[in-house]
Structures are given as structure tokens and as C-alpha cells.
Design a protein around this ligand. Structure first.
Ligand code: SF4
Ligand code: MG
Length: 341
């Protein structure tokens, strides 16, 4: 079946006083209906930028999409006009952020904020929107929704606000939910509840989820497939099992090594990508070659000369082509088959 979303060679550049900076440098991936794709990497690797670019929310100027395609059910959103994007956002593809207080309007009741989206996108009248809002609040596990619907954001806890955001994002039954670090601001118990909720809603509604996280524990728990980003590129992709059990890129290996126990205790532990030696290079320091080479324990002469293309990691997976192929952009796999992105 055709992917729901197919991103091809997506590029985003920012104009700065030092010149043009390519913050997304040829990003390729697909999402199929109903699956969860996790995007991982340290901050500054382009995860959030990718999400914003999909929805055409890059602040412009100074940023702009400078190349590539975002095919949503076959339609290229890069070429869509603003009226069309307005319909897509919140309706077909919706997004939740890390800190719901910045996305909820403090001066409106939470029910009115969800209701407005239902009136705008689903064409419901005020009474129907209110009824549906109460139903949504109930579904995301907010107790006494008939009362909460008339409260203001500051009257809710952080976990409740994030549930409201999820209710709002799912109100119009989007095909894709983009969740950018949705639980980072929450304590671990609430985090686990939010993940349970997302999984339940996904099972019920068939929503595809693009989950952006720096937390490998969340990946192990939530992802069907994983893509790892570094310095504005996708450097590894595969199923969760492939990527976590047989990482093909030294960066991914580093992320996994930062996790003391990738296993049963994850659910209750906030495991973060902590200590890979060195830092993500700024886009000004990339130069030629592999962007990870200064931090890589396996760097070779070739790594300084040429950017590694994507290779199918032959050892562990089938060499079948398609988005199921486990692939990594690293010269260590140079003897393996090169794959298109
Ligand atoms: Fe390390 Fe070279 Fe692979 Fe880059 S291409 S990750 S520097 S071995
Ligand atoms: Mg981010």
C-alpha cells in the first residue's frame, strides 16, 4: 500500500548574517497509516524542524523550504497554497508540543478551544461541538469533563493540560498526529499514562503517529519504526527491533549505550541520551565528510572526505528495498548495498 506520507529530499535553509544555513539537508522518510514512527536525536539535529516543515510552519523569513517534496496522500504539501494548508493543519495532520501552556490560550476555557477547532474543521454547531468536546475530554481520561470543559488552562495540572492538547489534536480525527516531545515536561507516571493514551487512541482510530523524542526509552516503548537524525540528515532508519538491537550507525550505538538498561524498567525511568562524547557540530563547522566524524570512535580517512550515503546494513536484515530496509549512512557499511535514501 502507498504510504500516507512520503517525504523526499526535504531541505530547509535559514538566512543568517553569516550566510545561508541548511538546517534540513535532504530528509527522506515515509509514514504508513496507523504506525508509529519515532524520530530521535539530540536537540538541534533537525527533529522539530522536520515536523514544522511538514506543516509548513517554518518561520519565514528567515527560514524557507528550499527543496524536496512532502507527499500527503499523493498531494505535495510543499506546493499547496496557504488556504489548503490551513485545512490540512489540525484537521488531517495535527501536532502537539512539549509545553501545552504555550499552545493553549490562557484566556479561553479549554472546552471553547477544542470546540473552536471542531466548528472550524468539522463544521459542527456550538451545541454539537460542546457535546463532542465533553466526549473527547472523557476519552483522554479527564475526570468530570462536564465541569472541566468550562475551566481555564491554569486551573488544570500539567498532565491534564497535555491531555487537553491531545483531545484538541485528535478532535477532528487526523490521519497523522505529530507529537514533539509530548511528555518531556511531565513526571514519569504521567508520561506513562500519556503514552498509554496515545496507543489506545491510535488503536481505536488508526491514527499514524510521528513521535519526536530524545528519549530512547520512549522509542522502545512506542515505536514501530525509528529514524535517527544527526545534523539535519536522517542517518539511520529501520524497525525498532533492527535499530535498537543492531544499530548500524555509531551515533545510534552511542545513543543506546547511554541507556543503562534498555529493558523492563524503561517505563518508569527517564532514560535520556546523555553522554556521547562531544557535541553536535554547528552547521558552520560541518565541512565535508561525515558530520559525526569528530565524535566517532570508528572514523577513517574516507569519513573526512565524503558524506556517507545510505547503505542497507546487510548483516542483519534482508536486502529488500523499500522503507522496511534497515539502512545507515556510514562508511562502515561500504561493502553493503547502497540504497536510495
Ligand atoms: Fe563514523 Fe565514518 Fe561512519 Fe561517520 S561515516 S559514523 S565518521 S565511521
Ligand atoms: Mg525540538
Amino acid at each position: 500500500t502507498a504510504p500516507l506520507l512520503q517525504v523526499e529530499d526535504l531541505r530547509v535553509e535559514f538566512k543568517t548574517r553569516r550566510g545561508k544555513a541548511l538546517v534540513l539537508n535532504g530528509v527522506d522518510f515515509q509514514i504508513r497509516g496507523g504506525e508509529t514512527l519515532c524520530v530521535v536525536g539530540e536537540s538541534g539535529c533537525g527533529k522539530s524542524m522536520t515536523a514544522l516543515a511538514l506543516l509548513r510552519l517554518i518561520p519565514s523569513p528567515p527560514g524557507r523550504i528550499s527543496g524536496g517534496r512532502v507527499l500527503f496522500q499523493g498531494e505535495d504539501l510543499v506546493q499547496a497554497d496557504e488556504a489548503r494548508m490551513h485545512k490540512v493543519r489540525g484537521n488531517r495532520i495535527s501536532m502537539i508540543f512539549q509545553e501545552p501552556m504555550t499552545s493553549l490560550n490562557p484566556v479561553f476555557k479549554v472546552g471553547d478551544q477544542i470546540g473552536e477547532s471542531l466548528r472550524l474543521h468539522a463544521g459542527l454547531d456550538a451545541a454539537a461541538a460542546r457535546a463532542r468536546t465533553i466526549e473527547m475530554l472523557q476519552q483522554v481520561g479527564i475526570p468530570a469533563p462536564e465541569r472541566r470543559v468550562d475551566e481555564y488552562p491554569h486551573q488544570l495540572s500539567g498532565g491534564m493540560r497535555q491531555r487537553v492538547m491531545i483531545a484538541m489534536a485528535l478532535a477532528c480525527r487526523p490521519d497523522i498526529l505529530i507529537a514533539d516531545e509530548p511528555t518531556t515536561a511531565l513526571d514519569v507516571t504521567v508520561q506513562a499514562q500519556i503514552f498509554d493514551l496515545l496507543r489506545d487512541l491510535q488503536r481505536e482510530k488508526g491514527t499514524a503517529i510521528l513521535l519526536i523524542t530524545h528519549d530512547m526509552g520512549a522509542v522502545a516503548e512506542m515505536a514501530d519504526r525509528v529514524m535517527v537524525m544527526y545534523a539535519g540528515r536522517v542517518i539511520e532508519q529501520g524497525t525498532t527491533e533492527q535499530v535498537l538491537s543492531h544499530p548500524g550507525h555509531p551515533y545510534t550505538q552511542g545513543l543506546i549505550d547511554c541507556l543503562p538498561e534498555l529493558g523492563s524498567s524503561l517505563q518508569h525511568e527517564r532514560a535520556e541520551l546523555a553522554e556521547i562524547r562531544g557535541v553536535v557540530p554547528s552547521i558552520w563547522e560541518l565541512g565535508s565528510g561525515c558530520a559525526f566524524r569528530e565524535r566517532c570512535p570508528h572514523a577513517m580517512a574516507r569519513c573526512a572526505e565524503q558524506v556517507p550515503p545510505m547503505f542497507a546494513t546487510g548483516e542483519h536484515g534482508a536486502l529488500a528495498t523499500g522503507d522496511g530496509t534497515h539502512r545507515a549512512a556510514c562508511w562502515l557499511h561500504a561493502q553493503d548495498q547502497m540504497v536510495a535514501a
